[in-house]
Structure formats: structure tokens, C-alpha cells
Design a protein around this ligand. Structure first.
Ligand SMILES: NC(=O)c1ccc[n+]([C@@H]2O[C@H](COP(=O)([O-])OP(=O)(O)OC[C@H]3O[C@@H](n4cnc5c(N)ncnc54)[C@H](OP(=O)(O)O)[C@@H]3O)[C@@H](O)[C@H]2O)c1
Length: 263
């Protein structure tokens, strides 16, 4: 199948590693012009350089913390300038801290809203003028399967990301008539660097191995394992591509069947 991505202009935020990086890499390998973002200039430059070498064309690194109010609009402006427009936008960042309800005060909740809801709002709002110029405009928000089945000890993520899914669906309904598609992927446990570090910490604390900790975490998973970032990226790039031209408003769990509901 031809994903029809050659020459499409894409910005992926939160993309120096993990799910964002895997998505940016796959877009670049499919022929997109890609800009990536993260907070750390050093990590971002290294990631952009690696992608440029692998794909044989320049990949632009645009540093900035998208959890800060003024950064998303500036970032979109820089991406549109660097790429000569924008067709595809992936809104992604790190997650809010883990913890139970009584661990968090209003400031922590507000910070979670800034990072896991308002960053998406601000990026999409700033990108709309450029997306309206594109014949293949598509936006993908990265959230979590925890919006369908809350994960213990992650009350901030469980709560705030549900609003991002509501945002994504609302935009699909509101802007479909203009030809702009909006979808979200709700990933389950995926072996990114962050998750590997988390499993390593658990292994040290429990005097076990990383493999044993991963096995414990996935014992309830029908496929019995975590995803690889490329498995996430395959779904993400398809949803973004013109090959998915009749798919909008979809909240797709890519979780190996971990979510046990029927809808
Ligand atoms: N992996 C999983 O199993 C899983 C499952 C469900 C949901 N998720 C969610 O999916 C998202 C991506 O997960 P991941 O595992 O790929 O995470 P990750 O390995 O921690 O990568 C996050 C990426 O985002 C960048 N980033 C973090 N905060 C940022 C900010 N405020 N502004 C701009 N860039 C930022 C990081 O680079 P810098 O540090 O340089 O900024 C990094 O490139 C997270 O929100 C995570 O909670 C992941």
C-alpha cells in the first residue's frame, strides 16, 4: 500500500526519543519532510542528526518545552517556516508524575493540565491556519489507554488525558467539513527508554531482573508482552497518512488488547 506521504510536511513534538521519535523516523522513512521537538537541545540535535543520516534528508530540530504557554505557537511558526507549510501534526510530550489522588495539590493538577491538555490545545490552535492550506491535513494526539481503563497510581494522567481525547473527538466533528482529520492513539505499555528505565528501577528495588518486571507488568495482557515503539509508529503513521483519508475521530488503543471493554 502506498501511504502517499512523499513530500508531506510533518511536525512531531516530544520526539527526541520514545514514541515520538519512532513516529518521526517512520514518517521520514516514508518520504516526509520532518521537524522534531523536545526540551533538551543536546538530545534533540543528536536525534535530528541520526534521523537525517538514516533518511538521507535534513530533519529539523526545534527545541522548546510545550508545557509552557508561549512555546507551542512559536514552535508551530518555526516549523511552518522551516518546512514551507504543514500537513501533519503529532502532539506528544512526557506524561505527568505518577501518584495517588492525595499526593497532588492544585498546582500539580494545573501543571498536568498545562502539559497533557493545553499543550495539545495550543499546538493545534496555532497550526490550524497552515493545516487549512493543506490538502492532506491530519492531526494525531498521543494520549494513553488509561483514559479507557485507569491505571493505578496515575490519577493525573488518567484524568487529564481524558480531556485530550474529548478535545480530539470534538475537533474531528468541528473541522471535518474543512478536510482536517483528528485522531488519537491510546498506547499501552511500550518498551521506550522511559519504560525500560522504570522497569530497571523496579528490578533494583525488588532484586529481580528487568525481564521479570516486564513479565509482571504484562501478565494481564492478551499478547503477553509490551509493544515495541515501531509497532506504535506503524499505526500512527497510517492514521496520519492520506491512506487513512476516511478515518477521523478515532481513539485507537494500541495496547496489545490490555483494555478489556468491548467499546
Ligand atoms: N511508553 C509507554 O508505555 C506509554 C504508554 C501510555 C502512554 N504513554 C505516554 O506517551 C507519551 C510518550 O511516551 P514515551 O514513552 O515515548 O515517553 P519518553 O520516552 O519519556 O519520551 C518523551 C519525549 O518527549 C519529550 N518531552 C517531554 N516533555 C516535553 C515537553 N514538556 N516539551 C517538549 N518535549 C517534551 C522528551 O524529550 P526531552 O526530555 O528532551 O524534552 C522525549 O523526547 C508520554 O506522554 C507517555 O506518558 C506512554
Amino acid at each position: 500500500m502506498d501511504l502517499q506521504l512523499t513530500g508531506k510536511r510533518a511536525l512531531v513534538t516530544g520526539a527526541s526519543r520514545g514514541l515520538g521519535y519512532a513516529t518521526a523516523r517512520t514518517l521520514a522513512l516514508e518520504g516526509c519532510q520532518v521537524a522534531i521537538n523536545s526540551r533538551s537541545q543536546a538530545n534533540l540535535s543528536a536525534a535530528a542528526e541520526k534521523l537525517s543520516q538514516e533518511c538521507g534528508r535534513p530533519v529539523t530540530g526545534l527545541p522548546g518545552d510545550i508545557g509552557l504557554p508561549d512555546v507551542p505557537a512559536a514552535l508551530i511558526q518555526q516549523a511552518v517556516q522551516a518546512l514551507g507549510g504543514l500537513d501533519l501534526l503529532v502532539t506528544n510530550a512526557g506524561g505527568p508524575p505518577a501518584g495517588k489522588f492525595e499526593a497532588f495539590d492544585d498546582a500539580a493538577w494545573q501543571q498536568a493540565v498545562e502539559l497533557s491538555l493545553l499543550s495539545h490545545v495550543r499546538l493545534i490552535r496555532a497550526a490550524l491556519p497552515a493545516l487549512r492550506q493543506s490538502p492532506a491535513a491530519s492531526v494525531l494526539t498521543i494520549t494513553s489507554y488509561s483514559v479507557k481503563q485507569p491505571i493505578a497510581n496515575l490519577v493525573l494522567s488518567n484524568s487529564v488525558r481524558a480531556a485530550t481525547v474529548g478535545l480530539t473527538k470534538s475537533l474531528a466533528l468541528e473541522l471535518g467539513a474543512e478536510g482536517i482529520r483528528f485522531n488519537s492513539i491510546l498506547p499501552g505499555w511500550t518498551e521506550t527508554e522511559r519504560v525500560y528505565d522504570l522497569m530497571s528501577q523496579r528490578a533494583r528495588a525488588n532484586h529481580t531482573s528487568v525481564e521479570e518486571e516486564i513479565a509482571k507488568q504484562t501478565q494481564d495482557s492478551p499478547l503477553g508482552r509490551m509493544a515495541q515503539p515501531q509497532e506504535f509508529a506503524n499505526a500512527a503513521v497510517f492514521l496520519l497518512s492520506p491512506a487513512a483519508s476516511y478515518i477521523t475521530g478515532v481513539m485507537l488503543t494500541v495496547d496489545g488488547g490490555m483494555y478489556k471493554g468491548t467499546l
